[in-house]
Structure formats: C-alpha cells, structure tokens
Design a protein around this ligand. Structure first.
Ligand code: F0G
Length: 367
C-alpha cells in the first residue's frame, strides 16, 4: 500500500548521504583551522567503479576499478587541490590567484577563485586547450591569457609573476594543492577497505601521483590500510620526460592535458617511484585512444584522453600484473571536457541527413 510504505519510509534513514566536500570530510588530515574560510563546491566523494570489461582483457582474476574523478564539480581532480589552495589563499588575505594550465587547472582555479570573490588569471597554451575547459574558464569569469607557447613556458612565467606581484600561485607547486588531492587516496582505501596492489595514474606535471602517494602513506601510518600500492605512472609517448629521464622541448600528444615536457614535480615523482617499487611507462596516442573508446563503449564511462592513459598503461602492462591483484586506474577528467576528441575518435554508427519519416528510420535500423 503506497500510504503504508511512505509512512514506513519516514522512519528509515535514506541511503543517500550528503557529502560535505573534502575539507569537512577529511578535516583532521588537512592543514586547516577554525579560521580557514572553507571555499567548497562539495568536491571529492567520487565513485570507485568496477571495470569488468578492462578486467576481462587482463584475465587471471585481476580486479580493476576506476576512480572516476571526472565527477568533481568542474569535471576533474583539480577541484580537490583547488578547494584547499583557494581556501588557504583566502585565509591569507589574497585577492588574486594565477596558474598556468593545459585546461583543467584553469577551470578549477576560475570556479573556486570566483566563488571566493577573488580574481583568477590563467595562462594557457594558445590552441592546445580542449573546448570544454576553455568554455569553463571563460564562463566562470577567469581572465584568460592565451600565450604563443606551451605549458612549460606558461608555468615559468606565472612562477615569476607570483614572485613579483601580489598574486597567489595555484599550480601544484602550491603545497595546499597536493594536500587536497591526497584525499583521493583516502577515498580509494575507504572504499576498498585496504590500498590496492597497483595504482595506475596519468602523469603530466606529476603533482597527482605525488599527492596519492602522500595519502596512501598517511593512511598506512595511521593503521587504516595494511599495504601500500605500487605506483604505476603513465605518460603519453610524445610527452614522456619522466620515462625518458630528460626534458622534452616540444611535447606533443592527443592528450593535451598531459602535454608537458618539463614536469614541476619531477623529483617528487622519482621518489614516489622508488619508494613504492613502481614503474613509469609511455603509452602511444593510439593506445590512449583505444583505451578511451573501450571505456566509453564497454564500461559506459566517458573520460578525457589524458585519463585513458591510466587504462592504456594497465592494458600495456597486463602480463606483469600479479594474478588476483586489485588495480585502481585513476580517471582524472570527464570526457565532456574534450568533445572534439570524442567526435573524431569513435566507432559509432552515425547516419546523417535522413528524411524525417518512419520508412527511412526503419530501413536504417535494418527492419
Ligand atoms: N589528467 C588530467 C585530466 C589533467 O588535467 C592533468 C593535469 C593530469 C592528468 C596530470 O596530472 O600534472 O598532476 O601529473 N593537468 C594540468 C592542468 C597540467 O593544467 O590542468 P599531474
């Protein structure tokens, strides 16, 4: 009976639990105090999604999960770092922030800075930022400076600007960024009940891999996990300074988010690799696109090309994954960020220019 069941529901706790954002969710792990104004869009709390189609390709009882950080408020993991960086900048009395960005950092910086009533200056490589990200920076109200150069050049400039002028740098050189981003590792352990055996993650400036490692270590030290994962970092083969061991002057890849030749967190990343017994490998654009299409068409998960590098890397390293291992692949950004890439890279049946009548539609459908 509808009335009875709705009365019963009144006394029952809903399965839905509101998530307060990661600063409140993980407050005791973060460098905040009662004086810190919390600038939040309720970021974090993203799902860990099983990936049976990827797991089937690996075989040998390996379990694969996707940490889908594309479901953050501005569509990437950058929101985790930005809620912290902007809250601390606000606490320190700053009225403007600046970053260099391949797109996602600029979107997140713009959203959080504007919400905090601050100016947001973003330097982007002209012509190499995906449509969705540029749209976000503009709409959120950033002051967008598109430079004729790449990300590495833009980062050099913003570091100098922040040294000379009263503007806070919110790239991952800002230590609060990594503090916020480490919460993704907490969430993975909270969801699995322990750390995974492998963490596969794309690397650009290498801030995120460093943040995850910090999070896994803190939880392990607190006794909240029994083990630590091997950190498996992947770069696009045309932009793979950490794999090659030297700077790449002209980085190039379809995954524009990680089109970086001189990573700012190079030393941290190398330390993560040795401490975790991990490995860094390069994946080609073809491998990235294959994984990107597999995730969309077999798992129902739409990520941006840079994110698919984590799954491309896992598939490439399939033979060395231990049998029965639990693997988490980090999907750093939402597929909607880069619609051009999806439209140009899919195996869908698209039938344009049809007559608007039943006979035509039925014929195309094969009836
Ligand atoms: N995935 C996506 C979708 C990214 O946007 C980035 C970095 C990375 C992976 C790599 O993370 O730099 O911490 O190793 N994007 C930066 C930006 C550079 O400007 O949005 P990282």
């Amino acid at each position: 009976m509808p009335l009875l069941s709705s009365l019963r529901n009144l006394g029952r706790k809903s399965a839905f639990q509101d998530w307060p954002g990661l600063i409140e969710g993980y407050r005791r792990w973060l460098p905040v105090s009662e004086r810190t104004p919390v600038i939040t869009l309720r970021e974090g709390g993203t799902p860990l999604i099983p990936a049976p189609a990827v797991a089937e390709r690996i075989g040998r009882g390996v379990k694969v999960f996707l940490k889908y950080d594309g479901l953050n408020p501005t569509g990437s993991f950058k929101d985790r770092g930005m809620t912290m960086a902007i809250s601390k900048a606000k606490e320190a009395g700053s009225s403007a922030v600046i970053c260099a960005s391949t797109g996602n950092t600029s979107a997140a910086a713009a959203a959080y800075a504007r919400r905090a009533g601050m100016r947001a200056f973003v330097l982007i490589p002209d012509g190499y930022v995906a449509q969705g990200k540029l749209a976000q920076a503009l709409l959120y109200g950033a002051e967008v400076l598109a430079v004729r150069g790449n990300f590495d050049q833009a980062l050099t400039i913003v570091r100098e600007v922040a040294e000379r002028y009263p503007v806070t740098l919110v790239n991952s050189l800002n230590p609060y960024r990594l503090q916020g981003q480490k919460t993704a590792a907490f969430e993975v352990v909270d969801a699995l009940g322990d750390a995974p055996d492998w963490l596969c993650i794309p690397m650009g400036n290498a801030g995120n891999i460093s943040a995850y490692w910090m999070g896994f270590q803190e939880y392990r030290q607190a006794g909240l996990s029994r083990k630590l994962p091997r950190m498996m970092g992947f770069q696009a083969s045309g932009s793979a300074p950490l794999v090659l061991g030297h700077t790449v002057e002209q980085p190039d890849t379809i995954a524009t988010a990680i089109r970086i030749g001189n990573p700012a967190n190079r030393e941290k990343a190398l330390k993560v690799r040795s401490e975790s017994g991990g490995a860094f490998n390069a994946v080609t654009d073809a491998e990235i696109v294959k994984a990107y299409k597999l995730l969309g068409s077999q798992e129902g998960v739409f990520c941006e090309p840079a994110s698919a590098a984590s799954v491309a890397g896992l598939l490439q390293q399939a033979d060395v994954v231990p049998a029965g291992a639990t693997v988490v692949c980090v999907l750093t950004g939402n597929g909607l960020k880069d619609p051009t890439c999806a439209i140009e890279n899919n195996d869908a049946a698209f039938h344009p220019d049809l007559n608007p009548d039943l006979a035509t539609v039925a014929q195309v459908m094969g009836f």
